[in-house]
Design a protein around this ligand. Structure first.
Ligand code: NAG
Ligand code: NAG
Ligand code: NAG
Ligand code: NAG
Ligand code: NAG
Ligand code: NAG
Ligand code: NAG
Ligand code: NAG
Length: 410
C-alpha cells in the first residue's frame, strides 16, 4: 500500500504531500464518489506561521497547520481509492472512538480501511482545468473542537465536486489529533474541553476562536502566493486562486469561527455555522454582529431559543446582531455530529456508537448516512452559490418537498 509520496519542501512556508492512490483491496471500505458535476483531487500541506506562537502549548512554538485542499477535476480523469487518513492517525481514532466517550466498535485497523474516491493529481497540468468555468472559488472549512479535519473530507470533497476549491484547516491542540509531515503529532489539550467553570470555559473558547481566525487569515495569505497555490492545485488556471472573494463554513467551533471572522476578515464574504454554540469574539461581551450573509444550521431541537449549554442562547444574541441576509434552519433526525462524516463513515463500516451522548448532546441522529451527507452538502452548496456566485435558490427561501427534514426558523 503506497500512502504518500513526493515530499516537496517549501522553505519557511510549507511542506507538501502529494496524496496518491491505494491499490484496491477487498477489505477496503469505499466512501461514495463525490456526487457533483466534477471529480475531485486532493493535496495535503503543512504551513508554519512563525509570526504567531501556539497558545495551547507550554513550550514556545510557532503555529503549525495542516490543510487539505480539495479541487475540481474534469470527469475525463478516473477516480481511485485514496486513504481517508494516514495509518498512524487511523489507529489513534480506532482507540479514541472505541473509548467510553463514543463506545464505537472500532478495533485497530478499522479506520485504515476507509478510502475516498478521488483523482490522483500527479499527472494533471493547468491544461486539465475544467473547460468552460475557469475559476473554482475558494472556500474555507474548519472542524469542531476535538475532531480532526479528516473526519470532514467526504463533505469537503462533495462541495468541491460542485465546482469549489475547498480547503479544510486543522486547529492543532484543539482537535483530537493532527499528524504532521515529519510524523509528529499535536494532541488535544483537554483544558479546552474540561473547564467546568463557565467564565473560564468562555475565555478559553474565545482564545481558541481567535487563534483559529488567525489561522484562516494566514492560510489565505499563503494561498495568495500563486506558485504555492499551483504546487497544491496542479490544474489551477494561470490567474491563480482568488483569495479575496471567499466564504467559510464550519462545524461546531469551526462554525463559530465562520461567524466571528466575518467582521475582521474582508476576504470572507459570508459564513455558515453548522451546529456551533457561538462562544467566540463578537458574541458574548462584544456582540458586533455583521452585515454579511450568515446562516445557522442546527441539529433537531437546536434553534434560536434552545442553544445548550448556555443560559442565554448565543444564537438568539447573534441573530439580533445580524443586519444582512440571514437564515436559521433545523434538520430533523440529526445530532451534533451529523454535520461531519461520522454518519456516512460509520454506516459504510457497519458500526454504531453505543454511547449516543457526547457532552450532553446527541451524537448522531436516526437519519441515514447518505441522506445526512446529501442534506448537509446540498444546503451548504446552495449557501455558497448564493454568497459567491449570487445565485438564488428555493432551498434557501423556505421548506421544499425534496427535504422535508429541513425546517426554517428564519
Ligand atoms: C493547554 O493550554 C493552556 C492554555 O489554555 C496552557 O496554559 C497549558 O500549558 C496547555 N497544556 C499543555 C499540556 O501544554
Ligand atoms: C491497538 O493499538 C493500540 C495503540 O497502538 C495498542 O496499544 C493496543 O495494544 C492495540 N490493541 C490490540 C488488540 O492490538
Ligand atoms: C479531561 O477529560 C478527559 C476525558 O473526559 C480525561 O481523559 C482527561 O484526563 C481530563 N484532563 C484533565 C486535565 O482534566
Ligand atoms: C511563494 O511560494 C513559493 C513556493 O512555495 C516559495 O518558494 C516563495 O518563496 C513564496 N513567495 C513568497 C513571497 O513567500
Ligand atoms: C476576485 O473575484 C472578484 C469577484 O468576481 C473580482 O472582482 C476580483 O477581481 C477577483 N480578483 C482576482 C485577483 O482575480
Ligand atoms: C465592536 O464594536 C465596538 C464598539 O461598539 C468597537 O470598538 C470594536 O472595534 C468592534 N469590534 C470589531 C471586531 O469590529
Ligand atoms: C426549538 O427547539 C426546542 C427543543 O429543543 C423546541 O421545543 C422548540 O419548539 C423549537 N423552536 C422552534 C421555533 O422550532
Ligand atoms: C458516555 O459518554 C459520557 C461522556 O461524554 C460519559 O460521561 C458516560 O459515562 C458515557 N456513557 C457510557 C455508557 O459509557
Amino acid at each position: 500500500m503506497r500512502l504518500s509520496n513526493s515530499l516537496l519542501v517549501h522553505p519557511g512556508l510549507a511542506i507538501l504531500f502529494a496524496t496518491s492512490s491505494l491499490a484496491h483491496s477487498p477489505s477496503q471500505v469505499l466512501l461514495p464518489k463525490p456526487t457533483g458535476k466534477y471529480h475531485v483531487g486532493l493535496s495535503i500541506a503543512e504551513l508554519i506561521d512563525s509570526s504567531r506562537t501556539q497558545p495551547f502549548l507550554q513550550d514556545i512554538e510557532p503555529i503549525k497547520l495542516m490543510i487539505s485542499v480539495f479541487y475540481p477535476v474534469s470527469h475525463e480523469h478516473h477516480t481511485s481509492p485514496v486513504p481517508y487518513m494516514p495509518p498512524e492517525t487511523a489507529l489513534i481514532e480506532d482507540n479514541y472512538l472505541s473509548s467510553d466517550i463514543y463506545g464505537l466498535a472500532s478495533p485497530n485497523g478499522t479506520f485504515e480501511k476507509v478510502a475516498l474516491q478521488l483523482v490522483d493529481g500527479e499527472h494533471l497540468t493547468s491544461k486539465d482545468s475544467c473547460e468552460e468555468e475557469q475559476e473554482y472559488p475558494l472556500i474555507i472549512f474548519m472542524p469542531g473542537e476535538g475532531t480532526t479535519r479528516l473526519f470532514y473530507s467526504q463533505i469537503a470533497s462533495t462541495i468541491a465536486s460542485k465546482g469549489y476549491t475547498v480547503v479544510t484547516i486543522d486547529a492543532p491542540y484543539d482537535v483530537d489529533v493532527v499528524q504532521y509531515t515529519d510524523g509528529s503529532f499535536a494532541f488535544f489539550n483537554f483544558t479546552l474541553w474540561n473547564s467546568t467553570d463557565q467564565e473560564t470555559a468562555l475565555a478559553i473558547a474565545n482564545l481558541a476562536v481567535e487563534t483559529r481566525m488567525g489561522d484562516v487569515s494566514f492560510v489565505l495569505d499563503s494561498l495568495s502566493n500563486k506558485t504555492f497555490a499551483q504546487s497544491l492545485i496542479p490544474n489551477l488556471p494561470s490567474s491563480g486562486l482568488n483569495t479575496t472573494h471567499t466564504a467559510m463554513f464550519g462545524h461546531s467551533l469551526g462554525g463559530v469561527t465562520a461567524y466571528s471572522i466575518l467582521e475582521v476578515e474582508d476576504r470572507i464574504l459570508g459564513g455558515l455555522n453548522m451546529d456551533g454554540s457561538l462562544v467566540g469574539p463578537g458574541v458574548f461581551g462584544s456582540p458586533n454582529g455583521t452585515s454579511k450573509p450568515f446562516m445557522l444550521m442546527g441539529h433537531a431541537g437546536h434553534n434560536l431559543t434552545s442553544d445548550d449549554p448556555f443560559p442565554v442562547s448565543s444564537w438568539a444574541i447573534a441573530w439580533s446582531e445580524l443586519t444582512g441576509w440571514k437564515r436559521d434552519i433545523e434538520v430533523a433526525d440529526t445530532g451534533h455530529y451529523d454535520f461531519s462524516d461520522y454518519p456516512i463513515v460509520f454506516e459504510k463500516l457497519g458500526i454504531t456508537p453505543t454511547n449516543q451522548t457526547i457532552l450532553d448532546k446527541v451524537l448522531i441522529g436516526s437519519m441515514k448516512g447518505e441522506r445526512a451527507l446529501e442534506t448537509v452538502t446540498t444546503y451548504v452548496g446552495a449557501f455558497l452559490d448564493f454568497v459567491i456566485r449570487g445565485k438564488s435558490s428555493d432551498l434557501l427561501d423556505g421548506p421544499v418537498k425534496e427535504f422535508p427534514e429541513v425546517t426554517f426558523n428564519y
